[in-house]
Write a protein that binds this ligand. Structure first.
Ligand SMILES: Nc1ncnc2c1ncn2[C@@H]1O[C@H](COP(=O)(O)OP(=O)(O)O)[C@@H](O)[C@H]1O
Ligand SMILES: [Mg+2]
Length: 392
């Protein structure tokens, strides 16, 4: 492979250059170190080569010692090493292998033989190398919808709790209802910091340790990045900032549940664009159905895939409601989660800071949400989107 890097450790500059010339002619990228210490220095500070050629006889640190040092450092222990030497004594080969060399070539060498051995060794090490480290990426579930007061926030909070329960892992939550977010209330959390502070201070470039300091713990297996404390700070949450936040939060948790405002703002669009699943949360009455239809239409016209949408109908009022079947017919889509009205479970418990899934776990509403969480979990697991989080 043309771009593979080979480090040549050889104390005689002319020999080092000759070897490097052969390697470059064969399409490799060659680098030279004229001593053991120089090689170690390069390995410690620069990017790792794909293979190392080491001369045995060098003043100071010889090739045996260099090889065993490379092998004893976990960072370099797996690097393929070929020893190059003028001597063809059996005991040198044995010592070389004992020190950890993978192969051996005697000088004067035939370029063709050296290159053949390099190819074999590189091929073997490529085959053994674990696949390029994947950036863990949790599934992003956005609680959206255009109907005010449809219960996006309580759905977001309880779904996050349900997901944490079903996958026995801490789950992330992010409040992007930036002007009046109360996801913290629904999760009984008191975030010391909020998302606008994070973005104002760090912009779009921050690392996991910074993020960690901004996440609030809850008693329910959910960690929360809270909304701005004042609507005046909402504009600090730029679409780019929100996207950066979501992409960092999803590296941490198998699921990130996002609560959103009921508008198609730039911020909304930026977030919905990266969501794996958008829940269109609405209510079982005509206006609710209409706003769900409008939201779905806009999302689909923006190119959001139909399988990345799920309709959630939440009965936030007592009294006559449209039936699930009627709503499904009107929408031409299944209702994936139907939550019955439950004043005690939602209002009374919420005021006491107890989420439905904990305060009224046996209620039909809580059961429906828990079952939906389990369904989502098996769906995402099936799609191999789950990253391993921290076990509670
Ligand atoms: N199924 C339900 N039964 C009874 N009250 C509910 C139900 N779902 C939500 N509520 C109540 O409705 C109100 C609005 O919910 P919220 O989650 O804040 O809506 P949104 O985030 O869509 O504005 C809250 O007081 C909540 O407790
Ligand atoms: Mg809300």
């Amino acid at each position: 492979m043309a771009s593979e890097r080979i480090l040549v450790v050889e104390d005689t500059p002319s020999v080092a250059k000759l070897v490097a010339t052969h390697l470059e002619a064969a399409g490799y990228h060659a680098e030279i170190a004229l001593s053991g210490p120089e090689a170690l220095q390069r390995l410690a500070t620069g990017p790792l080569p794909d293979l190392i050629l080491i001369d045995i006889m060098m003043p100071g640190m010889d090739g045996f010692e260099l090889t065993s040092r490379i092998r004893s450092d976990p960072r370099t222990a797996q690097l393929p090493i070929i020893m190059l030497t003028a001597r063809d004594a059996v005991e040198d080969k044995v010592r070389g292998f004992e020190a950890g060399a993978d192969d051996y070539v005697t000088k004067p060498f035939e370029a063709a033989e050296l290159l053949a051995r390099i190819r074999v060794l590189l091929g073997r090490s490529r085959a053994q190398r674990p696949p390029a480290e994947e950036v863990p990426s949790g599934a992003v579930i956005a609680c959206f919808g255009l109907r005010g007061g449809a219960g996006r926030t309580v759905v977001a909070a309880n779904l996050a709790i349900g997901l944490a329960e079903v996958c026995r892992t801490i789950v992330g939550a992010c409040d992007l209802a930036v002007e009046s977010g109360h996801l913290a209330l629904a999760l009984d959390a008191r975030p010391a910091h909020s998302i606008d502070e994070l973005i104002a201070r760090y912009g779009v470039a921050f690392e996991q340790d910074v993020l960690e300091a901004y996440l609030a713990r809850t008693d329910f297996g959910v960690q929360l990045l809270g909304a701005p404390r004042s609507p005046a700070s909402a504009p600090l949450v730029s679409p780019e900032g929100a996207r950066a936040v979501v992409s960092q939060v999803r590296r941490r948790f198998p699921y990130v549940v996002i609560d959103m405002a009921p508008t198609f703002s730039e911020l909304t669009l930026a977030v919905l664009d990266v969501a794996d699943l958008v829940l269109v949360v609405t209510t079982p009455e005509v206006a609710g159905v209409k706003s769900a239809l409008a939201a779905i239409e806009v999302l689909e016209s923006l190119g959001h895939p139909p399988e990345g949408l799920a309709v959630v109908v939440n009965t936030v009022f007592a009294g006559k409601a449209l039936s699930r079947a009627d709503i499904e017919e009107a929408l031409g889509k299944p209702v994936r989660l139907f939550i019955p009205y439950d004043r005690v479970a939602f209002l009374d418990q919420l005021n006491r800071g107890i989420p439905v899934l904990r305060g009224a776990a046996r209620s039909p509403a809580a059961r429906a949400i828990s079952e939906f969480a389990a369904e989502l979990h098996s769906l995402f697991k099936r799609e191999a989107k789950l990253v391993m989080g921290v076990v509670r």
